[in-house]
Design a protein around this ligand. Structure first.
Ligand SMILES: *Cc1c(COP(=O)(O)O)cnc(C)c1O
Length: 227
């Protein structure tokens, strides 16, 4: 498992070199959904500290089982229902999938109650697919206006699960659209921090980095296939 991690770090570095970026700005989120806590522990022992889970209950069980590893940063990357917002705030450091003002409001309220500031990303449905969650690109400005006064969630940028693509070059077109959207929003909302772009998975993370990703979410390439 350490070898896989080292190989991925190398690919991240090479993608950064190709695009003239500093590898230090790219975070690898190890996506551990459907994998046991012991596999997370193994990757931790290789030196990795950032993990992502898709399901609140499954995530909480593993976070509990690994509570001795107290320097892990946990990202929630699945669809979050509002009635699970409190638990998500309690156990996760980041929620990458904020896709409505109502969810943002619930997270903000629970973070305030728990005396925390939650890191969040705005999930964008860049391919405008029926089957996917996330705000439509044109809905993001209104969302940002509505949440700009929420003091216990910190918007850090945008996240997307791009449409299934048969090639890396096809993925690239979606990554480009995300980077462009982010750049336009940054100009329109100079006081909101949109520096993070979470995009790219096992199949195409190097292309995502070439197009500006600062967070890549990698499951299969680290942990092997899920059943
Ligand atoms: C499962 C998942 C990933 C990881 O996908 P791989 O192809 O296994 O790397 C990344 N992001 C999200 C939101 C996921 O659900």
């Amino acid at each position: 498992m350490c070898e896989r991690l080292e190989e991925i770090k190398k690919r991240v570095s090479r993608a950064c070199e190709r695009s003239g970026r500093d590898p230090a700005v790219v975070t690898i989120v190890a996506v551990s959904k459907k994998k046991p806590a012991e596999m997370i522990r193994k990757l931790y022992n290789c030196g990795h500290r950032v993990f992502g889970e898709n399901y609140v209950q499954e995530g909480i069980e593993k976070i509990g089982a690994l509570s001795d590893l107290n320097d892990i940063t946990w990202h929630f990357i699945g669809h979050l229902q509002r009635n699970k917002a409190k638990l998500a705030v309690l156990h996760f450091h980041w929620v990458q999938t904020v896709d409505s003002v109502r969810l943002a409001r619930a997270l903000n309220r629970h973070a305030a109650e728990q005396g925390k500031i939650l890191n969040t990303l705005v999930q964008v449905n860049i391919g405008k697919e029926e089957s996917k969650y996330g705000l439509m690109p044109e809905e993001v400005p209104e969302f940002l206006k509505a949440v700009s006064s929420f003091s216990h969630i910190k918007i850090r940028g945008l996240m997307t699960i791009h449409p299934f693509s048969v090639s890396k070059e096809e993925s690239r077109t979606w990554f480009r659209q995300m980077a462009e959207l982010r750049d336009n929003l940054s100009r329109a909302f100079p006081r909101i921090d949109l520096s993070e772009l979470s995009m790219g998975m096992s199949n195409d993370f190097d292309v995502a980095i070439e197009e500006g990703a600062t967070i890549v979410r990698i499951g299969t390439a680290l942990f092997g296939p899920r059943d």
